[in-house]
Design a binder for this molecule. Structure first.
Ligand code: PAZ
Length: 309
């Protein structure tokens, strides 16, 4: 692409991103979120000239919805349960990472995978002697959920620029590709009875290239690619790797996503499977092991270059 066309494409993307953010209602509590985020980042201060061991990962998890009305009654949703993000967070914490867990309310939480879907009803029992108590099969899981969950970071970040290569983005959320701009959205509940609903959804601008080039240019970035047709999966993952300059794209197919994935980088494709013969073995355990190794090599390479400069 020549320089002029490249610049025009950049400007068009800038305009799309601006219009996307302008058309959304302002984020509530933005100041508190910013304050918490600063506290978190200050807790991991990059000290000039010293070795920083702490690594921070931002995990996105769960699906996003597309509201159809400003006073939202209806929305378009997707299948994502948040299992991938929640389970991966547990393994990142085990590997010594600090985690910013950016999740959709109501989706899976770390350390809760062993709890039933409706913990309050399933986990508790009433006895004459002790009143309400946690039922035996769940007591260990509830204990872990309480102690670990509260220690976890509840904050959101899109930029971890100040910690350079020690930052990792692990973008497991299923983000909607389309949205209804705020100004063209009906204010009140859309009325039925007047025939088929005709609605135009606008494409959400792809922010991945901005993340790589501007928001956190030194961070290690991993995105996911989900398809239902295995025949095109790796081709699409490779295309995303090149187009958005990701360091890794994790390719998964809808029906087998809990069994196996392929980690795609520019040099290799690593196929990762859970072992069905091992009780409790989950694919995220294997994914995170590879991710941690790749990220460490990236940081070492970075530090090496800096020390030689
Ligand atoms: O959230 P979950 O565990 O049910 O599913 C995980 C997943 C399939 C959403 C994730 O692995 C993924 O591929 N996310 C990106 C989807 C995409 O936009 O292509």
């Amino acid at each position: 692409m020549d320089v002029n066309r490249l610049q025009k494409a950049q400007e068009a993307l800038d305009a799309e991103i601006k219009s996307f953010f302008d058309s959304a209602p302002p984020l509530r509590n933005i100041e508190d979120i910013g304050k918490d985020l600063r506290k978190f980042v200050e807790f991991n201060p990059p000290q000039a000239g010293t070795q920083i061991d702490r690594k921070v990962v931002c995990v996105t998890s769960g699906g996003t919805t597309v509201p159809l009305e400003q006073r939202c009654v209806r929305y378009i949703d997707n299948f994502s349960s948040g299992h991938r993000g929640a389970a991966s967070t547990e393994y990142f914490l085990k590997a010594g990472y600090s985690v910013i867990f950016l999740y959709r309310k109501g989706t899976r939480q770390p350390y809760c995978s062993l709890l039933p879907d409706d913990p309050f009803l399933e986990c508790l029992e009433f006895t004459q002697e002790s009143g309400i108590q946690v039922r035996q099969p769940y007591s260990e899981a509830v204990k872990n959920a309480i102690s670990e969950h509260h220690a976890m970071l509840h904050l959101v970040a899109i930029s971890m620029r100040s910690i350079g290569p020690h930052a990792l983005f692990y973008l497991a959320a299923a983000v909607s590709d389309f949205y209804v701009p705020w100004e063209s959205m009906a204010e009140h509940k859309i009325q039925s009875g007047s025939g088929p609903l005709d609605m135009r959804l606008v494409q959400v601008p792809k922010m991945l290239s901005r993340l790589r080039s501007e928001w956190a240019p030194m961070a290690y970035c991993i995105s996911f690619k989900l398809e239902t047709d295995v025949k095109i999966l790796l081709e699409k993952a490779n295309a995303a790797l090149r187009k958005y300059k990701m360091h890794m794209v994790i390719a998964n197919e809808l029906l087998t996503r809990k069994e196996e994935v392929t980690l795609v980088t520019t040099n290799e494709k690593i196929h990762v499977r859970r072992d069905p013969k091992l009780v409790g073995d989950i694919v995220e355990k294997h994914i995170i092991k590879h991710v941690v190794d790749k990220h460490s090599a990236y940081v070492d390479n970075f530090d090496h270059k800096v020390s030689r400069a």
